[in-house]
Design a protein around this ligand. Structure first.
Ligand SMILES: C[S@@+](CC[C@H](N)C(=O)[O-])C[C@H]1O[C@@H](n2cnc3c(N)ncnc32)[C@H](O)[C@@H]1O
Length: 294
């Protein structure tokens, strides 16, 4: 990442405000984010970094970003590093985001898998950057529509994210009314209920949905401890934040995680690139399958 041509604020600060934030601080934060989460922080994001991290500095009682950088570089400060990454990553998600993927899952991918499950086989799906759970619960709703008895068969959805707060929210499965608005009304009635405690506009996922989805913390650029393979992987709107070599590595790592004929769904502005283009073929809009023989 190259340097900023010039600083803008007083004392060499990139951003005017209560904390000194130099180009070196920005570069150090970018380097930590890249090393730990694979995320390439674009130049010109100094104001965003400042605004997202200023409250961390305030709550820690620090006086400058230099002090903050020293803290997050400290190998004992895993929690603060995680808090920094959570503050700098975007968790934007939606129920049934990019709905054509769920149509494709229902119409093309699930029918043979449903037959297999009814004959005693397994179905495995993975939401590989699940944010607060709206993506894996959308997958679960789609699976249950095709296979209402899924809970009694060998059907599982793994939902992973680097951000422990998102994993906890997914596990809690409680959403504001506006979050569940994209869910068609009949499905909303069927799959969401008023939570036992709490008031207001909150809705909780039904137990049948919760039973299908297992939430875990997982860093896509780290080790993947899963032993079994998947029939379907959703990895949407996350690699867009990674640099090109990291994206290519992730695509290649998905191939051996998929069963023959398995399907990979990626985000609307993402493309499978690099050596994995030899392994995957497109079968729809931002939808890929392993080439036959793979
Ligand atoms: C923009 S959200 C996308 C959520 C969902 N897939 C969707 O399309 O609606 C990106 C998610 O990726 C997660 N993320 C960022 N870097 C990650 C990494 N290295 N490993 C796993 N998850 C990561 C973030 O915490 C965030 O929840």
């Amino acid at each position: 990442m190259s340097s900023f041509p010039e600083s803008r604020g007083k004392n060499g600060s990139l951003v005017e405000g209560e904390f000194l934030f130099t180009n070196e601080d920005f570069q150090q934060i970018a380097q930590i984010l890249h090393a730990h989460a694979g995320i390439a922080l674009a130049e010109g994001k100094a104001a965003l970094v400042y605004s997202r991290l200023a409250k961390r500095l305030r709550s820690l009682g620090l006086r400058s970003f230099r002090e903050y950088c020293a803290l997050v570089e400290d190998s004992n400060e895993v929690d603060e590093r995680q808090a920094m990454m959570a503050a700098l990553t975007t968790n934007v998600t939606r129920y049934f985001r990019e709905p054509h993927h769920f149509d494709h899952l229902r119409d093309v991918v699930l029918p043979p898998l449903v037959d297999r499950a009814r004959k005693g086989g397994k179905i495995r799906l993975w939401s590989a950057a699940c944010s607060n759970g709206q993506e894996p619960y959308s997958m679960a709703i789609t699976v249950l529509a095709a296979l209402p008895e899924a809970a009694n068969l060998d059907v599982k959805i793994l939902a992973t994210d680097i951000d422990p707060n998102m994993v906890a929210e997914g596990r809690a499965g409680i959403y504001r009314e506006e979050a569940i608005a994209p869910v068609p009304v009949d499905l909303r009635r069927r799959w969401f209920k008023k939570p036992a405690t709490g008031t207001g506009d909150r809705w909780e996922v039904a137990d049948e949905l919760r039973a299908l989805v297992a939430f875990r913390e997982l860093n896509l650029i780290g080790d993947w401890p899963m032993k079994g393979k998947f029939d379907v992987i959703f990895c949407r709107n996350v690699v867009i934040y990674f640099d090109e070599p990291t994206q290519e590595r992730i695509w290649s790592r998905f191939a051996p995680m998929l069963n023959p004929g398995g399907t990979l769904y990626i985000g609307h502005s993402e493309r499978v690139t690099g050596p994995a283009t030899q392994i995957f073929e497109t079968t729809g809009l931002t939808t890929y399958a392993l080439r036959s023989g793979r």
